[in-house]
Ligand binder design. Sequence first.
Ligand SMILES: NC(=O)c1ccc[n+]([C@@H]2O[C@H](COP(=O)([O-])OP(=O)(O)OC[C@H]3O[C@@H](n4cnc5c(N)ncnc54)[C@H](OP(=O)(O)O)[C@@H]3O)[C@@H](O)[C@H]2O)c1
Length: 286
Amino acid sequence: MKILLTGASGQLGQEWQRLTNDRDDIILWPYTSSQLDITNKKQVESELHGRQPDIVVNCAAFTDVDGAETKKELAHQVNSEAVANLAELSSELGFKLVHYSTDYVFPGERADREKCPDGYPEDYPADPINWYGQTKWEGEEAIRQTATDYLILRLSWVCGRFGGNFVKTMRQLGREREELQVVNDQWGSPTFAENVVQNTVALLQADKKGTYNITSRGLISWYDLAEAIFELSNIDVELEAVTSDAFPTEAERPHFSKLNTRKLESISDSQIIDWRDGLESLLKQL
Ligand SMILES: NC(=O)c1ccc[n+]([C@@H]2O[C@H](COP(=O)([O-])OP(=O)(O)OC[C@H]3O[C@@H](n4cnc5c(N)ncnc54)[C@H](OP(=O)(O)O)[C@@H]3O)[C@@H](O)[C@H]2O)c1
C-alpha cells in the first residue's frame, strides 16, 4: 500500500509514522502542514498527481474546538472545503480517501445517554452543536457525495503519546497542583491513537468502505478518566467533580458523545480495547 499522509505532525499523524515505520507492506509519505497545506488546491493536486498514492490518509484538521468559533472561515476551509477537494481528487485519480472525523457531529444531548446506552451508531442523525462539529460534518458529507472509495472514521477524546491531550494535561496539572476540578457531566470514552491506526489498517486490509466509529469500550466522564489517570500514575491530588458550568467555553460541549463500535467489531483483526487497558498502556509509554 502506498499511502500519502497529511497532518503528519499531529497526534494521529505521528502515531501513523511510528507504527508503519518497520512495515514492508506499507510505504508512507508523510506531509506536515508546512510541507503540504491541504487548503492549497494547486499544491495538493500537484503532489497527488506526482505521487500517485493508493490511499490518502487525512490526519490534517483544524482541531481547536473553541478557536473554531472565532476563526470560522479558516476552520471551514480546512475541515470542509479542503476535504471536499480531496474527495474530488480521490474520484479523479482513483485513490482511497481515509478521513478522520469526530463524535462532535452528533447532538450530544443528556437524554441520548439513555436513548443510546452503547453510544451513537454510525447512522444516527448528525446535528452538531458547535462550529467545529459543523465543519467536520460538512467535510464528511462532501466525501459521501463525491468519493467512490472512502473510509470516514469517527473518533472521540483522542489521546496518545504524541502531541497534547487530556491525559498529558492532567498528569502535568496533577503534579503541579494540590486540588483539581474536572467535569463529570460530559460522557464518552477515550480513543487511543495507537488503536486508531491499528483499526484503520485492519479496515484497509479488509478493503472496507463507508463510515465507522473507533473508540474504546466503556462509558465514562472526564472526571472518571482523570481519577484513573491519577490512580494509575500514583499522583496524589484532591479531585473535585464539577458540572460544565464551572468551565465556560467558547464552543458548547456535548454532554454525551459515546460512539458505538459494533460495526467495527464485526471486522476481522479489529481491536476494541477497554478504556482502562488503553489508558494503562498509554501511561506506560509516557
Ligand atoms: N483530538 C481529538 O480529541 C479528536 C477527537 C475526535 C476526532 N478527532 C479528529 O482526528 C483527526 C486527527 O486529530 P489529532 O488529534 O491528530 O489532531 P492534531 O494533533 O491537532 O493534528 C492536526 C494536524 O493537522 C495539521 N493541519 C492543520 N491545518 C492544516 C492544513 N491547512 N494543512 C495541512 N495540515 C494542517 C496540524 O498542523 P500543525 O502541526 O502545523 O498545527 C496538525 O499537525 C482530526 O480529523 C480530528 O478532527 C480528534
